[in-house]
Write a protein that binds this ligand. Structure first.
Ligand code: R5P
Length: 294
């Protein structure tokens, strides 16, 4: 077995290899002046089962192409099985045509990865589990929420209220509650399909004077977390924290969230950023141990 740390997840890939005591195959990569990607494997993969670690956070398209090229190079050079470890799986939110004429983006990506040589895929907190059915090879999502909740537990926030900013994240808040031992709840969020504007319905939670932590899979523009944080503050929460698996933090997302009263944003290294305080390396290495053939 060999680990191939892709350019988008070099540190994470190396950390995973270290935990598994596995050899890595470095990837040389560059972008040509016209914008095309180039990759080359700097090690042998002949007859090996390989695990490519490559997240697909922005710029998604370039990172997906790099992943496809690495898979192609691995198969071309004799790898017997290629598993793509894609901590943040881009395009997972477009799993159906919401409006007439739209592409089902994740289905097109799944076909492309298969054609490039990927035999199976592991991702982390995919936006919706049903997306995995779009892949014509085994695809699995594992959850980093217990690791995020453990981070807060280790800081002493036992019993904190775990809030899901929308109904879709309720399972996430429930997972966090199991670790934190307090209560959990969810808000109702609606998004305008044309403008992208969100509206969040206020609900009554018993958070007055308490610490509340908002758990979500993704922070993109920060609008969702900021709206949820404002509601928690209005309900009298003493301290509000935000936790997410994939801290995309687009534009002024961080500023927006902090201005809404959030004390700290905690993410994972699924998407490397300065808020990536929790590593998913132990989770992924455990998964690889269980996943690898023979
Ligand atoms: C959507 O349902 C996701 O779970 C996140 O809540 C969403 O992607 C966050 O986006 P933003 O940070 O732009 O509000």
């Amino acid at each position: 077995m060999k680990i191939i740390p892709g350019p988008a997840s070099k540190q994470l890939g190396e950390k995973i290899a270290e935990l598994l005591n596995a050899e890595t195959v470095p990837v040389a990569f560059k972008t040509f002046p016209d914008g095309e990607s180039y990759i080359r494997l700097e090690g042998k993969v002949q007859n090996e089962e390989v695990f490519i670690v490559q997240t697909t956070s922005p710029p998604q398209d370039a990172k997906i192409i790099q992943l496809a090229f690495i898979a192609d190079a691995a198969k071309r050079n004799g790898a017997k099985k290629v598993t793509a470890i894609v901590p943040y799986l881009a395009y997972a939110r477009q799993d159906k045509a919401f409006l007439p004429g739209e592409a089902i983006s994740i289905e097109a990506i799944a076909r492309m990865l298969k054609a490039s040589g990927v035999d199976s895929l592991i991702t982390v907190n995919v936006h919706q589990e049903k997306v995995l059915n779009k892949f014509q090879f085994p695809a699995k999502s594992v959850s980093a929420i217990p690791l995020l909740a453990e981070y807060f537990k280790s800081k002493g926030y036992v019993g904190a209220f775990a809030l899901a900013p929308d109904k879709g994240a309720m399972q996430i808040a429930e997972e966090a509650r199991k670790v934190l031992g307090g209560e959990c709840g969810y808000l109702e969020k609606r998004r305008d399909r044309y403008t992208g504007q969100i509206s969040v319905e206020k609900k009554k939670f018993e958070v007055s004077g308490k610490t509340a932590i908002i758990f979500d899979d993704i922070i993109s523009t920060g609008g969702t977390i900021a709206a949820a944080a404002k509601i928690l503050k209005e309900l009298g929460a003493e301290k509000v924290y935000a936790a997410c698996v994939h801290p995309l933090l687009i534009g002024d997302a961080e500023k927006r969230i902090l201005e809404a009263g959030v004390e700290e944003i905690v993410g994972t290294d699924s998407v490397p950023s300065h808020v990536s305080k929790v590593s998913i390396a132990p989770l992924i290495s455990k998964e690889i141990r269980e996943h690898k053939s023979g």
